[in-house]
Write a protein that binds this ligand. Structure first.
Ligand SMILES: [Zn+2]
Length: 348
């Protein structure tokens, strides 16, 4: 069998075989590693095992989407998380199905993805968690009042719905122990915010999945999509255009690279592949600077994507300064979380 044939086999047989299992249980890391070894061996050698020398491209790159320069084989860890998120998502979106009341546990990763992916419009508040779900102006109370949230026992935070919590302001009973000043201020602000909220009896809560594919992928699946790029209002949107072809993206990259003295690396108008540009850019800097530049490029792409979603789904106006500020905020958060080499951007 040719290698191309084996790639198809791996994606549509070896990987597909796992789907039911991965939906039912959280695959442990050792299992994912072992399965990946088999998948890798089969792609490169047509047998169970392959040594480093047989592998022509690093496996993480093989596991990217074809639009991003990979071979379109699913990344197993991400696939497993996505399949597990399905349960809590269905619980939210189809609460009347019998399995919605099963006590399903998902991993922390899946919980994080879900909380990133969903915002809620409140109806009667019965299917929305008061403390954890994003229902108050697109944010969760956990995010809005972090100091107050730590005073709420975990079990209670998972229990109270908006409906039960707002009833006779029962949410206040969830807060336990002594309240420090910071938390007290959050408490007062929260009190003010909640004063204007009233639940609407008989109307179910609406949960909205925010992370959607770009226009070309939506179009391929026959789903509603913007028919041109919202950032430049000129060309058809696809992922390459969005990340690098778009005038907006090019200006964005220029500004952000300029802030760390690497303006020369900014993509020119003849660059059409994000992946190629990235590969080449990284080779032009010293070994020490590579990690930082990699983090920066990932962060930049993430920022453009977020800004684009904000325009598509929340009606925001595309604005370079907004995107750049967003990148700076994110850079600060990421560097706090340990990403190397991002400090010059958020302080610029
Ligand atoms: Zn554009």
């Amino acid at each position: 069998m040719t290698r191309a044939g084996r790639v198809v086999q791996v994606q549509f047989v070896l990987t597909a075989m796992l789907i039911y299992l991965a939906m039912a249980i959280d695959l442990p890391p050792w299992a994912i590693k072992a399965i990946d070894k088999i998948r890798r061996g089969f792609v490169w050698r047509g047998r169970k095992e392959a040594k480093g020398g047989h592998c022509l491209i690093a496996w993480p790159k093989v596991c990217r989407a074809k639009e991003l320069g990979g071979l379109g084989i699913s990344d197993l860890k991400s696939l497993c998380i996505a399949l597990r998120v399905r349960w809590p998502w269905l619980k939210k979106s189809e609460p009347n199905k019998p399995w919605a009341s099963l006590p399903l546990q998902v991993s922390k990763d899946a919980e994080c993805l879900l909380s990133l992916a969903i915002i809620t419009e409140i109806g009667d508040g019965a299917n929305t968690l008061f403390w954890k779900d994003k229902w108050l102006a697109g944010k969760s109370i956990q995010d809005l009042a972090p100091n107050l949230y730590v005073l709420v026992p975990k079990g209670r935070a998972r229990k109270h719905t908006v409906k039960t919590a707002l009833d006779e302001t029962k949410w206040t009973e969830d807060i336990q122990g002594e309240i420090p000043v910071q938390a007290l201020m959050e408490y007062l602000e929260l009190w003010d915010m909640l004063e204007d909220i009233s639940v609407q009896e008989g109307i179910p809560d609406r949960h909205i999945w925010r992370l959607s594919a770009s226009a070309d992928r939506l179009a391929r699946r026959g789903l509603p999509h913007p028919d041109h790029c919202l950032l430049c209002d000129q060309e058809e949107e696809n992922i390459q255009h969005l990340l690098i072809g778009c005038v907006f993206a090019r200006q964005f990259w220029y500004d952000i690279l300029h802030s760390i003295g690497l303006a020369a690396l900014a993509p020119q108008s003849d660059v059409s592949s994000f992946d190629d540009w990235w590969d080449k850019a990284v080779l032009t800097v010293s070994e020490d600077a590579r990690k930082g530049l990699n983090s920066l490029i990932i962060l930049g792409a993430w920022t453009i994507w977020k800004h684009r979603n904000d325009c598509v789904f929340n009606g925001a106006t595309p604005r370079l300064s907004t995107a750049l500020n967003l990148a700076r905020e994110e850079a600060l958060l990421w560097s706090l979380a340990g990403a190397r080499g991002l400090s010059p951007i958020h302080s610029s």
